[in-house]
Design a protein around this ligand. Structure first.
Ligand code: SF4
Length: 290
Protein backbone atom coordinates (compact mmCIF):
# COMPACT_ATOMS: atom_id res chain seq x y z
CA UNK A 1 0.00 0.00 0.00
CA UNK A 2 1.17 3.54 -0.76
CA UNK A 3 0.41 6.24 1.81
CA UNK A 4 1.15 9.93 1.58
CA UNK A 5 2.36 11.53 4.81
CA UNK A 6 3.62 14.90 6.01
CA UNK A 7 7.16 14.73 7.42
CA UNK A 8 8.28 16.96 10.28
CA UNK A 9 11.95 17.09 9.26
CA UNK A 10 13.97 15.87 6.29
CA UNK A 11 17.63 15.99 7.20
CA UNK A 12 19.10 14.22 10.18
CA UNK A 13 22.63 15.30 10.91
CA UNK A 14 25.79 14.09 12.62
CA UNK A 15 28.45 16.13 14.36
CA UNK A 16 31.16 14.41 12.33
CA UNK A 17 30.62 12.68 8.98
CA UNK A 18 29.75 9.00 9.21
CA UNK A 19 33.07 7.10 9.15
CA UNK A 20 31.80 4.50 6.66
CA UNK A 21 29.60 6.41 4.24
CA UNK A 22 30.87 9.96 4.70
CA UNK A 23 27.37 11.37 5.37
CA UNK A 24 27.08 14.55 7.38
CA UNK A 25 23.35 14.71 6.66
CA UNK A 26 21.02 11.86 5.91
CA UNK A 27 17.73 11.91 4.10
CA UNK A 28 14.97 9.39 3.37
CA UNK A 29 12.13 10.64 1.20
CA UNK A 30 10.28 7.36 1.42
CA UNK A 31 9.69 5.07 4.41
CA UNK A 32 9.53 1.36 3.59
CA UNK A 33 11.17 0.15 0.40
CA UNK A 34 9.64 -1.49 -2.64
CA UNK A 35 12.79 -3.46 -3.45
CA UNK A 36 11.90 -5.91 -0.66
CA UNK A 37 15.32 -7.47 -0.18
CA UNK A 38 14.87 -10.53 2.02
CA UNK A 39 17.77 -9.49 4.30
CA UNK A 40 16.80 -5.81 4.70
CA UNK A 41 17.76 -4.40 8.08
CA UNK A 42 15.18 -1.59 7.76
CA UNK A 43 12.57 -4.23 8.53
CA UNK A 44 13.88 -4.49 12.12
CA UNK A 45 11.61 -3.68 15.09
CA UNK A 46 13.79 -0.80 16.19
CA UNK A 47 12.75 1.36 13.23
CA UNK A 48 9.06 1.03 14.11
CA UNK A 49 7.89 0.59 10.54
CA UNK A 50 4.73 -1.38 11.13
CA UNK A 51 4.45 -2.99 7.73
CA UNK A 52 7.52 -2.85 5.52
CA UNK A 53 5.31 -3.62 2.50
CA UNK A 54 3.70 -0.20 2.95
CA UNK A 55 5.55 2.71 1.44
CA UNK A 56 5.06 6.08 3.07
CA UNK A 57 5.71 9.03 0.78
CA UNK A 58 6.81 12.26 2.44
CA UNK A 59 4.88 14.52 0.10
CA UNK A 60 6.12 17.75 1.73
CA UNK A 61 9.77 16.64 1.38
CA UNK A 62 10.82 19.30 -1.10
CA UNK A 63 9.69 22.53 0.63
CA UNK A 64 10.96 21.08 3.91
CA UNK A 65 14.37 20.28 2.43
CA UNK A 66 14.61 23.74 0.90
CA UNK A 67 13.81 25.35 4.25
CA UNK A 68 16.31 23.18 6.13
CA UNK A 69 19.16 23.72 3.65
CA UNK A 70 18.56 27.48 3.72
CA UNK A 71 19.15 27.46 7.48
CA UNK A 72 22.25 25.17 7.54
CA UNK A 73 25.60 26.74 8.23
CA UNK A 74 27.86 23.72 7.70
CA UNK A 75 28.17 22.17 4.28
CA UNK A 76 28.55 18.40 4.30
CA UNK A 77 27.65 15.34 2.29
CA UNK A 78 23.95 14.50 2.10
CA UNK A 79 23.34 10.77 2.03
CA UNK A 80 20.46 9.16 0.17
CA UNK A 81 19.39 5.55 0.54
CA UNK A 82 20.31 4.51 4.08
CA UNK A 83 16.84 3.21 5.04
CA UNK A 84 14.96 3.13 1.74
CA UNK A 85 16.19 3.08 -1.85
CA UNK A 86 15.58 6.52 -3.41
CA UNK A 87 14.93 4.92 -6.84
CA UNK A 88 12.17 2.34 -6.44
CA UNK A 89 9.16 2.14 -8.78
CA UNK A 90 7.27 4.75 -6.80
CA UNK A 91 9.91 7.35 -7.64
CA UNK A 92 8.83 7.12 -11.30
CA UNK A 93 5.50 8.57 -10.24
CA UNK A 94 6.42 11.04 -7.48
CA UNK A 95 9.87 12.14 -8.72
CA UNK A 96 10.72 13.38 -5.22
CA UNK A 97 14.32 12.19 -5.40
CA UNK A 98 14.74 14.14 -8.62
CA UNK A 99 13.19 17.26 -7.09
CA UNK A 100 15.40 16.91 -4.01
CA UNK A 101 18.47 16.75 -6.27
CA UNK A 102 17.31 19.95 -7.98
CA UNK A 103 17.18 21.72 -4.60
CA UNK A 104 20.58 20.30 -3.58
CA UNK A 105 22.14 21.41 -6.88
CA UNK A 106 20.78 24.89 -6.26
CA UNK A 107 22.26 25.01 -2.73
CA UNK A 108 25.50 23.43 -3.95
CA UNK A 109 25.70 20.62 -1.40
CA UNK A 110 27.70 17.40 -1.92
CA UNK A 111 25.91 14.05 -2.07
CA UNK A 112 26.48 10.34 -1.68
CA UNK A 113 23.72 8.41 -3.45
CA UNK A 114 23.22 4.77 -2.46
CA UNK A 115 20.96 2.65 -4.66
CA UNK A 116 20.28 -0.69 -6.32
CA UNK A 117 18.53 0.89 -9.28
CA UNK A 118 19.46 1.96 -12.78
CA UNK A 119 16.69 4.56 -12.55
CA UNK A 120 19.43 6.80 -11.15
CA UNK A 121 20.48 7.37 -14.79
CA UNK A 122 17.35 9.46 -15.28
CA UNK A 123 18.97 12.13 -13.07
CA UNK A 124 22.36 12.18 -14.76
CA UNK A 125 21.96 15.87 -15.67
CA UNK A 126 21.50 16.80 -11.99
CA UNK A 127 24.24 14.49 -10.77
CA UNK A 128 26.62 16.23 -13.16
CA UNK A 129 25.62 19.62 -11.79
CA UNK A 130 26.02 18.46 -8.18
CA UNK A 131 29.37 16.89 -9.05
CA UNK A 132 30.72 20.39 -9.70
CA UNK A 133 30.79 20.29 -5.89
CA UNK A 134 30.89 16.52 -5.17
CA UNK A 135 28.68 13.57 -6.11
CA UNK A 136 29.32 9.85 -5.81
CA UNK A 137 26.96 6.98 -6.53
CA UNK A 138 27.31 3.63 -4.77
CA UNK A 139 25.55 0.53 -6.06
CA UNK A 140 24.92 -2.31 -3.65
CA UNK A 141 26.08 -5.67 -5.01
CA UNK A 142 25.92 -8.81 -2.92
CA UNK A 143 26.23 -11.06 -5.97
CA UNK A 144 26.54 -10.58 -9.72
CA UNK A 145 24.39 -13.67 -10.34
CA UNK A 146 21.10 -12.26 -11.66
CA UNK A 147 19.17 -15.45 -10.81
CA UNK A 148 20.32 -15.44 -7.20
CA UNK A 149 19.68 -11.69 -6.88
CA UNK A 150 16.12 -12.21 -8.13
CA UNK A 151 15.54 -14.35 -5.00
CA UNK A 152 17.42 -12.17 -2.53
CA UNK A 153 16.38 -8.74 -3.85
CA UNK A 154 13.10 -9.63 -5.60
CA UNK A 155 11.92 -6.18 -6.72
CA UNK A 156 15.28 -4.51 -7.30
CA UNK A 157 16.83 -4.12 -10.75
CA UNK A 158 19.24 -6.99 -11.47
CA UNK A 159 22.97 -6.67 -10.76
CA UNK A 160 23.69 -6.65 -14.52
CA UNK A 161 21.49 -3.53 -14.88
CA UNK A 162 23.20 -1.87 -11.90
CA UNK A 163 26.62 -2.54 -13.42
CA UNK A 164 25.59 -1.10 -16.79
CA UNK A 165 24.24 2.00 -15.01
CA UNK A 166 27.51 2.31 -13.10
CA UNK A 167 29.49 2.20 -16.33
CA UNK A 168 27.31 4.92 -17.91
CA UNK A 169 27.68 7.18 -14.87
CA UNK A 170 31.44 6.69 -14.80
CA UNK A 171 31.67 7.45 -18.53
CA UNK A 172 29.86 10.69 -17.71
CA UNK A 173 32.31 11.66 -15.01
CA UNK A 174 30.39 10.57 -11.91
CA UNK A 175 32.60 8.53 -9.54
CA UNK A 176 30.93 5.25 -8.60
CA UNK A 177 31.66 2.30 -6.40
CA UNK A 178 30.14 -0.74 -4.77
CA UNK A 179 28.65 -1.43 -1.37
CA UNK A 180 29.64 -5.06 -0.91
CA UNK A 181 27.11 -5.71 1.84
CA UNK A 182 25.66 -7.85 3.17
CA UNK A 183 27.42 -11.07 2.23
CA UNK A 184 24.96 -13.71 3.37
CA UNK A 185 26.53 -16.63 5.23
CA UNK A 186 26.32 -19.98 3.39
CA UNK A 187 24.80 -18.29 0.32
CA UNK A 188 27.24 -15.64 -0.85
CA UNK A 189 30.33 -16.20 1.29
CA UNK A 190 32.55 -17.84 -1.32
CA UNK A 191 35.83 -16.51 -2.70
CA UNK A 192 34.31 -16.95 -6.19
CA UNK A 193 31.46 -14.58 -5.36
CA UNK A 194 33.83 -11.97 -3.96
CA UNK A 195 36.10 -12.33 -7.01
CA UNK A 196 33.23 -11.89 -9.45
CA UNK A 197 32.02 -8.72 -7.70
CA UNK A 198 35.49 -7.16 -7.57
CA UNK A 199 36.17 -8.06 -11.22
CA UNK A 200 32.80 -6.66 -12.31
CA UNK A 201 33.40 -3.46 -10.33
CA UNK A 202 36.77 -3.04 -12.01
CA UNK A 203 35.41 -3.80 -15.51
CA UNK A 204 32.56 -1.28 -15.14
CA UNK A 205 34.72 1.56 -13.90
CA UNK A 206 33.94 1.39 -10.17
CA UNK A 207 36.65 3.13 -8.18
CA UNK A 208 35.99 1.96 -4.61
CA UNK A 209 34.39 -0.86 -2.65
CA UNK A 210 32.99 -0.62 0.87
CA UNK A 211 32.66 -4.13 2.30
CA UNK A 212 30.80 -5.64 5.23
CA UNK A 213 31.27 -9.38 4.96
CA UNK A 214 28.43 -11.13 6.74
CA UNK A 215 25.10 -9.75 7.85
CA UNK A 216 23.24 -8.40 10.84
CA UNK A 217 20.05 -9.94 12.20
CA UNK A 218 17.59 -8.64 14.77
CA UNK A 219 13.95 -8.69 15.78
CA UNK A 220 11.32 -8.93 13.00
CA UNK A 221 13.97 -8.78 10.27
CA UNK A 222 15.35 -12.15 11.47
CA UNK A 223 11.93 -13.82 11.39
CA UNK A 224 11.21 -12.52 7.90
CA UNK A 225 14.64 -13.58 6.62
CA UNK A 226 14.25 -17.09 8.06
CA UNK A 227 10.82 -17.40 6.46
CA UNK A 228 12.38 -16.59 3.09
CA UNK A 229 15.28 -18.98 3.72
CA UNK A 230 12.74 -21.74 4.36
CA UNK A 231 11.08 -20.93 1.03
CA UNK A 232 14.24 -20.81 -1.07
CA UNK A 233 17.02 -22.60 0.88
CA UNK A 234 15.43 -25.44 2.86
CA UNK A 235 17.31 -26.36 6.04
CA UNK A 236 19.43 -23.19 6.11
CA UNK A 237 17.47 -21.31 8.77
CA UNK A 238 18.15 -24.18 11.25
CA UNK A 239 21.85 -23.84 10.51
CA UNK A 240 21.68 -20.08 11.16
CA UNK A 241 19.84 -20.69 14.45
CA UNK A 242 22.46 -23.20 15.54
CA UNK A 243 25.42 -20.99 14.68
CA UNK A 244 24.17 -17.47 15.37
CA UNK A 245 21.40 -17.96 17.94
CA UNK A 246 20.16 -14.40 18.75
CA UNK A 247 23.38 -12.67 17.71
CA UNK A 248 23.19 -9.36 15.92
CA UNK A 249 26.51 -9.72 14.06
CA UNK A 250 26.53 -12.82 11.87
CA UNK A 251 29.88 -13.16 10.11
CA UNK A 252 30.51 -16.10 7.79
CA UNK A 253 32.74 -18.79 9.35
CA UNK A 254 35.45 -18.06 6.75
CA UNK A 255 35.38 -14.33 7.47
CA UNK A 256 39.17 -13.85 7.78
CA UNK A 257 39.97 -15.79 4.62
CA UNK A 258 37.32 -13.83 2.67
CA UNK A 259 38.59 -10.54 4.04
CA UNK A 260 42.16 -11.37 2.99
CA UNK A 261 40.96 -12.53 -0.40
CA UNK A 262 39.05 -9.27 -0.95
CA UNK A 263 41.98 -7.12 0.20
CA UNK A 264 44.36 -8.97 -2.15
CA UNK A 265 42.08 -8.60 -5.17
CA UNK A 266 41.33 -4.93 -4.52
CA UNK A 267 45.04 -4.23 -4.18
CA UNK A 268 45.66 -5.91 -7.54
CA UNK A 269 43.04 -3.68 -9.16
CA UNK A 270 44.00 -0.61 -7.18
CA UNK A 271 40.50 -0.31 -5.69
CA UNK A 272 40.43 1.28 -2.22
CA UNK A 273 38.16 -0.25 0.42
CA UNK A 274 36.86 3.15 1.41
CA UNK A 275 34.31 5.66 0.14
CA UNK A 276 35.80 8.92 -1.24
CA UNK A 277 35.13 11.97 0.93
CA UNK A 278 34.01 15.49 0.19
CA UNK A 279 36.63 18.01 1.19
CA UNK A 280 35.30 21.51 1.77
CA UNK A 281 37.22 24.19 -0.14
CA UNK A 282 39.67 26.13 2.02
CA UNK A 283 38.19 29.25 3.57
CA UNK A 284 39.63 32.48 2.11
CA UNK A 285 42.05 34.03 4.60
CA UNK A 286 40.56 36.84 6.61
CA UNK A 287 42.05 40.23 5.96
CA UNK A 288 43.37 41.84 9.08
CA UNK A 289 43.44 45.57 9.57
CA UNK A 290 46.92 45.68 11.11
S1 SF4 B 1 17.12 -1.69 -1.34
FE1 SF4 B 1 17.98 -1.39 0.69
S2 SF4 B 1 16.35 -0.42 1.88
FE2 SF4 B 1 15.41 -1.32 0.04
S3 SF4 B 1 14.70 -3.34 0.68
FE3 SF4 B 1 16.75 -3.56 -0.22
S4 SF4 B 1 18.15 -3.46 1.54
FE4 SF4 B 1 16.17 -2.60 2.20
Amino acid sequence: MIREIQAKTMLSHRKEPDPWFGYKYNMNIYRGCQHQCIYCDSRSDCYQIEDFNDVLVKVNAIPLLRKELASKRVKGTIGFGAMSDPYTQIERKYQLTRQALEVIAEFRYPIHMLTKSDLVLRDLDLLKRINEVFAIVSFTLTTVDDDLAAILEPQAPLPSARLRAMQTLVENGIPCGVMLMPILPFIEDTPENITSIVEATHQHGGSYILPALGMSLRGRQREYYYEKLNEHFPGLSEKYRRIYSDNYHCPPPNYRALENHLARLCKQHNIPLRVPRYTPPPQPEQLTLF
